[in-house]
Design a protein around this ligand. Structure first.
Ligand code: PHE
Length: 344
């Protein structure tokens, strides 16, 4: 009898451990503990034993029963963890949910486009410091010491001891500061630079942000004339705005160019006839001119041998003009408003 009980225990245990799901475990349970289960029947036989044997065998039988029940319980818990609830089952044949993909900012896209246009005609893209010395931003560009652009209502000055030669530290208010830096880098012409950078001015209203971008071209070589400048402007305007667009230059004044011009682009809506958007058929784009001899001299280049032209325009401005965008508030560009940015 004793041996039989031990046998029952061992077979039950191995069956339980081998069960792979709750169903087969239930079968094992019935097989041993059910109405006609092996252990149930064996327990009935105890009454047939001689009296003095009963307590001992009874105790053993109980232990076997408990062990089997405990092991089943543990196995149920273990299998339960593996069995998935209906709502947890993933149907791998369903189409997936696409993670949302971002894209480059409208202005970054424009910078890449503008760079590619100028690279095609041999301009080298450079980038110069945003935190700059007065020397590069003003003095070497022929600005007199008392020029209003130096006023801190226009330019951000950095609280730092001025350099004896290069003056105060400031946030560059235009990309023209790159002109002298490029002359210093190249030392001798030809120079064909495209400088695109962040610029800072003390202005914040519906049409101005304190940080904005400019792209600046500088060409210095022998025998350069205004026609080279005009040809470059026409090329850019056609490539960027469309083949039917034209450029026009009007006399203007800048400290660092002589003569200086303001550049206009023919209006894309009325094609130069005049409409609500442009009023007289032209839209203002930015500044340009022939490099002032003093600037060449400050850059270490002999103005008797070399001559140059330069232009500098706002990236935000040309983007608005190209897209025909009438943004109520330009500051929206830098407000991280996804509803706005996702449109481009
Ligand atoms: N730096 C001028 C501005 O910010 C633009 C300019 C660049 C004008 C080059 C002439 C030549 O308005």
């Amino acid at each position: 009898m004793e041996e039989e009980l031990i046998n029952i225990k061992n077979t039950a245990m191995s069956f339980i451990l081998e069960s792979e799901n709750l169903e087969s475990l239930e079968e094992v349970k019935q097989q041993f503990l059910g109405k006609n289960g092996k252990l149930t029947l064996a327990l009935k036989d105890i009454s047939k034993l001689p009296k003095e044997k009963r307590p001992e065998i009874g105790k053993l039988a109980n232990e076997v029963k408990l062990t089997i029940e405990e092991t089943i319980k543990e196995k149920v818990a273990q299998l339960g963890k593996l069995e998935y609830k209906k709502e947890e089952i993933i149907d791998i044949t369903l189409p997936g949910i696409k993670p949302s993909l971002g894209h480059l900012h409208l202005i970054t896209q424009a910078i890449e486009e503008i760079s590619a246009i100028f690279e095609k005609i041999g301009f080298t893209r450079v980038r110069y410091p945003e935190v700059e010395w007065d020397w590069y931003a003003f003095t070497a560009l022929n600005f007199p010491q008392n020029h209003p652009a130096r006023d801190d209502w226009e330019t951000f000055f950095v609280k730092q001891k001025p350099n004896l030669k290069k003056g105060s530290v400031l946030l560059t208010p235009h990309t023209s500061s790159g002109q002298i830096r490029e002359m210093e880098r190249k030392k001798t012409p030809p120079i064909k630079m495209l400088n695109i950078a962040k610029c800072y001015r003390r202005q914040s209203d519906v049409s101005h942000t304190p940080m904005f971008h400019q792209f600046e071209g500088l060409v210095v070589d022998k025998n350069i004339s205004i026609t080279h400048l005009k040809g470059t402007l026409d090329y850019f305007v056609r490539s960027y705005f469309g083949q039917n667009r034209k450029s026009r230059i009007r006399p203007y004044h800048f400290q660092f160019t002589e003569p200086s011009f303001e550049v206009d682009v023919s209006c894309g809506v009325c094609e130069g006839k005049g409409c609500k958007l442009c009023k007289a058929g032209w839209l203002e784009m930015g500044g340009a001119g022939m490099v002032h001899p003093n600037v060449l001299r400050f850059g270490g280049i002999d103005p008797k041998k070399y001559i140059g032209f330069a232009f500098g325009w706002g990236v935000e401005r040309v983007v608005m003009m190209k897209e025909g965008l009438e943004i109520d508030d330009l500051r929206l560009l830098y407000s991280n408003n996804l509803d706005f940015l996702e449109q481009f």
